[in-house]
Design a protein around this ligand. Structure first.
Ligand code: NIG
Ligand code: FE
Length: 426
């Protein structure tokens, strides 16, 4: 039986694009096209049509009502409908939270000092290595359900807390199991190059070899990842090491996504662009050279304001990038160290208050540009005929700007996933 859904009496249907639009750049990011007093009709989870409730002829809506008497009808009661968020950067498979490091940072230690002393990513790796695949899967599934409830309708998840052959593969298997049960699409990214394990501190080459000669062949053979990421930054992987790993990954057909320029002007952007990376993420240290480099590329710049907020580091200069004509994307970076929160609603509030994006720009950054960063623009990230019906219906609120304004409160009433009201499984 086909599933038909009609949502009526929408105060404003936001985020409409041409189906061919894959991202928004520069001044296009201010455009969040909308239809007031509207309806949207979906069949088997795919957007079929949308329009105005009270247009002169009222034809299309009446035709749907006549043709499809078994419609599920939702009265939006004059609230807003938006495309679901696309969160293109998360680490939501992890073993334990790290609030003890949070307290150490409050008392004055820096993120880098904690990492250099064996905490940080290595702390998460030690805990993940102790945990079974099943336990990791159960915990990650709950986090996935949690963020779907916050309005995320497509997501990327990275490995990178395994750091041994067996544990990186274990993490990727968990992500692939999540793919099988998830109602929203998941892209998997291999991040074996997240940190050097302590045993390789003085033999970096051996760990790079382990990634290239042992991990990557299994990842490719078992088709465990869509992308390959490297943490290219001071104290982590150098530009030359990043280049080696990304080139090896490309030989296996894995496109690049990089963590870069979080801790300094380290050349992460340039090496991302040279390797035709889909995205370069973090960008807290981005100057004119980086902006010029991105201008001549297809690489999506991704900001992670939760990380700046939580670690107390600078925010990526998003305003400058958009004013230079670049696209800009926002993601949560959900992880236990630098962003223990996957609420995209909070991400857009930070983008508005700290990066000076307008609400429209922030929403485009968190939807269509997120979809571009994980190659889902054809199916997600906007309201367009033929796209998947993943939506957010808001609570009674006065305006679109109220969503980021009312920070910490997502203003979500109903989540629609694949054309159905989403109810969190027990
Ligand atoms: O994106 N910067 C590198 N990786 C993660 C944090 C990892 C961690 O601290 O556990 C990030 O912020
Ligand atoms: Fe990250």
């Amino acid at each position: 039986m086909p599933q038909h859904l009609l949502i009526e009496n929408i105060k404003s249907l936001y985020g409409i694009t041409n189906p061919a639009t894959d991202k928004k750049s520069g001044s296009q990011m201010s455009e969040l096209n909308s239809i007031e007093n509207s309806w949207i009709y979906t069949k088997d989870g795919i957007i079929q049509s949308f329009g105005k409730m009270y247009d002169e002829t009222h034809q299309s809506l009446s035709a749907i009502l006549q043709k499809e008497p078994n419609l599920t009808r939702i009265n939006a009661n004059r609230q807003f409908l938006l495309p679901s968020f696309v969160d293109s950067h998360t680490h939501l498979v992890f073993a334990k939270t790290r609030e003890e490091e949070f307290v150490m940072r409050i008392k004055g230690k820096s993120y880098e000092e904690i990492a250099a002393a064996g905490g940080g990513i290595l702390n998460s790796a030690a805990k993940l290595q102790q945990m079974s695949e099943d336990e990791l899967f159960e915990a990650a599934l709950q986090r996935l359900y949690e963020v779907i409830g916050y309005g995320t309708g497509a997501i990327e998840i990275k490995s990178g807390y395994g750091l041994t052959v067996a544990d990186e593969i274990k993490m990727l298997r968990v992500i692939n199991r999540l793919k099988h049960v998830s109602p929203i699409p998941i892209k998997a990214t291999f991040l074996g190059a997240h940190a050097f394990p302590a045993a390789y501190k003085n033999n970096r080459e051996a760990y790079i070899n382990l990634i290239i000669k042992e991990m990557l062949p299994i990842v490719a053979q078992e088709k465990l990842a869509d992308y390959c990421d490297v943490f290219c930054d001071q104290g982590f992987f150098t530009v030359a090491e990043t280049d080696l790993i990304l080139k090896a990954a490309a030989n296996y057909g894995l496109k690049a996504k990089i963590h870069g320029n979080e801790l300094g002007y380290t050349g992460g952007v340039q090496i991302a662009v040279q390797n035709h990376a889909l995205s370069v993420d973090h960008l807290e240290y981005t100057g004119d050279d980086e902006i010029n480099c991105l201008k001549n590329s297809e690489t999506m710049p991704v900001g992670l304001p939760n990380c700046s907020f939580f670690l107390g580091i600078p925010y990526a200069p998003a305003r400058k990038m958009i004013d230079a004509g670049l696209p800009f994307c926002l993601a949560s970076d959900y992880n236990p160290g630098s962003s223990p929160n996957g609420r995209m609603g909070f991400v857009i509030s930070l983008a508005c208050t700290q990066m000076k994006l307008t609400p429209e720009e922030a929403l485009n950054a968190a939807t269509i540009n997120g979809a571009f960063a994980i190659e889902l623009s054809k199916t997600h990230g906007s309201i367009a005929i033929g796209k998947i019906a993943n939506f957010i219906l808001t609570k009674p609120i006065p305006s679109l700007a109220f969503i980021p304004y009312n920070f910490g409160n997502d203003c979500i009433d109903t989540i629609i996933v694949n054309g159905k009201v989403w109810i969190k499984p027990n």
